[in-house]
Design a protein around this ligand. Sequence first.
Ligand SMILES: Nc1ncnc2c1ncn2[C@@H]1O[C@H](COP(=O)(O)OP(=O)(O)OP(=O)(O)O)[C@@H](O)[C@H]1O
Ligand SMILES: [Mg+2]
Length: 107
Amino acid sequence: MGEPMVRFENVAKRYGALTVLDDLNLDIARNEKVCIIGPSGSGKTTVLRMLMTLERIDGGVIWVDGEPLTHMQKNGQMVPASDRHLRRVRGKIGMVFQHFNLFPHMT
Ligand SMILES: Nc1ncnc2c1ncn2[C@@H]1O[C@H](COP(=O)(O)OP(=O)(O)OP(=O)(O)O)[C@@H](O)[C@H]1O
Ligand SMILES: [Mg+2]
């Protein structure tokens, strides 16, 4: 099995009083392909936005390739990630949009 490529560990996400994700645990193995299916508003896009660091999380830890994305080690403690740490780990993640709005002049 080895280390999961992506791990959501007890992740929580809230918008004000609305809890969108409560204690999400999800492991995705290297080379595994995953579809996220669920009703509109159930939090599918939010999961992807958190992985892209476009949303901060309110609890838990997201791991990428065995290292924390949302957190970093400092003096033996897990502390929230600095912008520098986020940029470095995010460099391992790519996202393809459903519509090709970024480069309309390319096929
Ligand atoms: N920026 C925001 N501020 C407040 N609430 C938000 C915000 N973004 C998302 N939400 C709420 O979080 C919940 C999850 O939204 P999300 O977009 O992740 O759902 P989804 O599963 O992707 O839905 P769809 O199938 O319609 O794309 C919804 O109730 C939505 O209204
Ligand atoms: Mg969506």
